[in-house]
Write a new protein. Sequence first.
Length: 217
Amino acid sequence: MDACRVVVLISGNGSNLQALIDYPARNYHISAVISNRADAFGLQRAQAAGITTAVLDHKTFESRESFDAALIQLIDQHQPHLVVLAGFMRILSSAFVQHYAGRLLNIHPSLLPLYKGTHTHQRVLEAGDKQHGVSVHFVTEELDGGPVVIQAVVPVFSQDTAEVLAARVAREEHKIYPEAVSWFAQGRLVVKDGAACLDNKALPGCGVQITAQLPAD
């Protein structure tokens, strides 16, 4: 059987893409990296790794739906088993989400269902929360609302800034995203009846939850 084919969508730096490329236990094949921005640094990361790249500029389309239709055509040329959103800064249309139902993953910097949307690190600090984290989830039509696969929990310290907290969360992002993709590639991770299932067992609302092991000072 061929390795699980993955198409990664990016808009910017591509640090999660790099984590997917560098994952030591990689059992999936990144068939293509597609960006809606020609200046996305992640394209250079992909090219350095010998991965096919493409740019589809959303600004040249009249509507979200027309862009998404063209994006589907471009993605499907690579016949992916899985589509991975890695900093893809677009709200996806219903048609797009439905087309890839059960094979579309995203990563969000919060412990979903908390803090959907943007500016999550600052919102956590303003709320005085003692912990924060990151979630990998299947994408549904609800923004940041699909079934959670895995979460990493990090502590929040009194002296933290949003930038410091973001960096702490990003370290965990780069660990759990490739792991979730690997589970999918092994056939262990699927969606059944609206829930994420791992090894034929429905996961709880938080998915597999791990606590980050912080480096010693």
